[in-house]
Design a binder for this molecule. Structure first.
Ligand SMILES: [Zn+2]
Length: 164
């Protein structure tokens, strides 16, 4: 059930085994889910990923318990991104091409920020990835994470318990 049983070649499974990375980017986890901030370079402060902890390609492959919890965990993670960012909306996008392991992008959408207009956010993502646009600063991401971690327990632990 844990990441150690996943695909050895999977980038998401590898990340779940990377203790240093999780120490700096993890927000919350349960036995089934792991919520983390986007690794650097981060396109935006507050751009998060909600991962299945199990090596699982997406909803079509969910076990019954994953299927039952998915709606609630996406709702609470989206609320967390909205509350911490103070943004208008939160996009939820999952392609699963970079790694065939479910990692739902949760993206703060601010109406005054043209970089985050629908598919424009994908252009922004590629511009940051390819070095054409400046990513969110480490200081902004750290500050966002401090506030997110402080709020996460209230939002999640009642519904999902804690697996630490
Ligand atoms: Zn995996």
């Amino acid at each position: 059930m844990d990441a150690a049983s996943g695909d050895e070649a999977c980038a998401i499974c590898a990340l779940h085994r990377d203790v240093d990375h999780l120490e700096s980017h993890e927000i919350w986890r349960s036995d089934l889910w792991l919520l983390r901030h986007h690794p650097g370079p981060a396109p935006l402060a507050g751009w998060c990923l909600l991962d299945a902890r199990r090596h699982c390609g997406g909803p079509m492959e969910f076990a019954p318990k994953e299927a039952r919890e998915w709606g609630l965990v996406v709702q609470q993670a989206s609320r967390l991104v909205q509350r911490v960012s103070g943004c208008d909306r939160v996009y939820a996008i999952a392609f699963g091409e970079g790694a065939r392991h479910l990692h739902l992008h949760l993206i703060p959408r601010e109406s005054g920020d043209a970089r985050t207009t629908a598919w424009g956010v994908a252009d922004h993502y590629r511009n940051v990835e390819e070095g054409r646009t400046i990513p969110a600063s480490d200081a902004k991401v750290r500050d966002w994470l401090v506030r997110a971690r402080a709020m996460a327990s209230d939002l999640f632990d009642e519904s999902f318990g804690r697996d630490r």
